[in-house]
Design a protein around this ligand. Structure first.
Ligand code: FCB
Length: 456
């Protein structure tokens, strides 16, 4: 490490996106529909009534986007594969045009010296599989294993880093319990079953990727993790925070690292996941090659008898710093990294942690001279990178940091109202402009250390 603000040699500096949020081309070249294609068409689901039909039009503008990644200086790019491009009905027939798109993307990245980090599932389940019951059905996990094999066979000669899933908690609970994401259900049993099958499918996909790829392949999973703090010192709130932590964080970490669901959730798991079979947890808990941590904020939690499942709910303490979606709480990144290290990763020598997403939605736009001065984003990134640097200094095996996101994109139920990019996108024309935060990242990456917040 060069100095107090420096990062280790070989530190991975990346940006992240996902297929549905940027690609567009929703029905092109034989692509099947995903649950998001259908969900966005249901009235009232998306705040600005938009969809990812066109999104950032990355499906057509991918070369320009790779140039921008290069221009900023990122040495890695995390993107996801749209399952319905590869298997339009989610099973059986493999669709050449879909695979060919990702083939070109991977080659384009490698030609520019950018390491591809592939995510196999970032929430766009083929609608045909949803019609058969979706993630609450065990067979969907099996289909996912087959899909993983297809993609790994095709790209495994060039892609080393594979994440099976992005944030299974969100796919399961925001999609099947809160009804805010596709498929829009509000059914606790469906949510817990979906969670179990997502995790099981991770295990199946690990096997498939490892057998299709070179031995040096790295297979992992990306989790959304928040430190959970009680809203007060009362016993009730502290216990509520424990339950919330079990439901949000440990519901994925415990099965993956300890082959068990958290005890606090046992009654729910037993009553709701009816087909937990012998061997499932062992399959889920096979060794990982990396853990991806997505960090945005913390959760402050109080006892809440009205939320029947875990009697706990989130509050938003006044007087704190907020973005358009969450509290801004940089210390939480250091806290969650340390916790994950102490409770889980330390027991797995050689297992690196990647910060696979971190970023902030703050309003920004083009100034008169054509620049985007997103000073709050620079401050956010800097404050979080300070935490990463501290965690590295205390010996945590952090391998890289990926900004969410490369481009302003379709932010799920919020539509295009949220701008997370280090590149501004004019959604009417598709024009891209590197924001000041992108220019700041260039300085950081060049220095392999924290750059001043101004004067770049
Ligand atoms: C994460 C998602 C990503 C994006 C960011 C803001 O939960 O993985 O797609 O929506 O939040």
């Amino acid at each position: 490490m060069s100095d107090a603000l420096g990062f280790p040699d070989g530190f991975v500096w990346g940006s992240a996106t996902s297929a549905y949020q940027i690609e567009g081309g929703w029905n092109e070249d034989g692509k099947g529909s995903s649950i998001w294609d259908i969900f966005c068409r249901e009235p009232g689901r998306i705040a600005d009534h938009s969809s990812g039909d066109v999104a950032c039009d990355h499906y057509h503008r991918w070369q320009e986007d790779l140039e921008l990644i290069s221009q900023i200086g990122f040495n890695a790019y995390r993107f996801s594969i749209a399952w319905p491009r590869v298997q339009p009905s989610g099973k059986g027939r493999v669709h050449e045009a879909g695979l060919a798109f990702y083939d070109r993307l991977v080659d384009g990245l490698l030609q520019r010296g950018i390491q591809p980090y592939v995510t196999l599932y970032h929430w766009d389940l083929p609608q045909a599989l949803q019609d058969d019951g979706g993630w609450p059905q065990r067979q969907t996990a099996e289909r996912f294993g087959e899909y993983a094999a297809v993609v790994a066979q095709r790209l495994g000669d060039r892609v080393t880093w594979w994440a099976t899933h992005n944030e299974p908690f969100v796919a399961a609970f925001v999609g099947h319990l809160f009804g805010e994401h596709a498929p829009g259900l509000q059914d606790p049993a469906a949510a817990f079953r979906a969670m179990h099958h997502l995790l099981l499918s991770h295990g199946l996909a690990c096997d498939a990727i490892r057998s299709a790829c070179r031995p040096e392949v790295k297979v992992g999973i990306v989790l959304n993790l928040n430190p959970v703090h009680p809203a007060s010192d009362s016993d009730q709130d502290r216990q509520a925070a424990r339950r919330f932590d079990a439901a949000l964080n440990r519901i994925a970490l415990d099965p993956l690292f300890r082959a068990a669901y958290p005890e606090e959730l046992a009654p729910l798991i037993e009553s709701l996941v009816v087909d937990l079979e012998d061997g499932d947890l062992k399959r889920i808990a096979q060794p990982l090659d990396f853990l991806g941590v997505n960090y945005y904020s913390r959760s402050v939690v109080r006892h809440d008898p009205d939320f029947a499942l875990i009697q706990a709910s989130q509050v938003h303490p006044p007087g704190r710093d907020y973005s358009q979606m969450w509290e801004i709480y940089p210390e939480g990144l250091g806290e969650i990294l340390t916790r994950v290290w102490v409770d889980y990763v330390r027991a797995c020598p050689g297992l690196p942690i990647l910060i696979s997403e971190n970023g902030v939605p703050v309003p920004d736009g083009l100034d008169f001279d054509g620049r985007v001065r997103d000073v709050r984003r620079i401050r956010y990134l800097r404050d979080h990178l300070v935490q990463v640097r501290k965690a590295l200094a205390s010996g945590l095996p952090i391998r890289g940091y990926f900004v969410w996101s490369l481009l302003d994109n379709f932010e799920w139920a919020h539509g295009y109202q949220m701008r997370f990019g280090v590149i501004y996108v004019d959604h009417a024309t598709g024009r891209r402009v590197i924001k000041d935060s992108g220019r700041w990242m260039t300085q950081v990456i060049r220095a392999n250390g924290l750059a001043p917040e101004s004067g770049f």
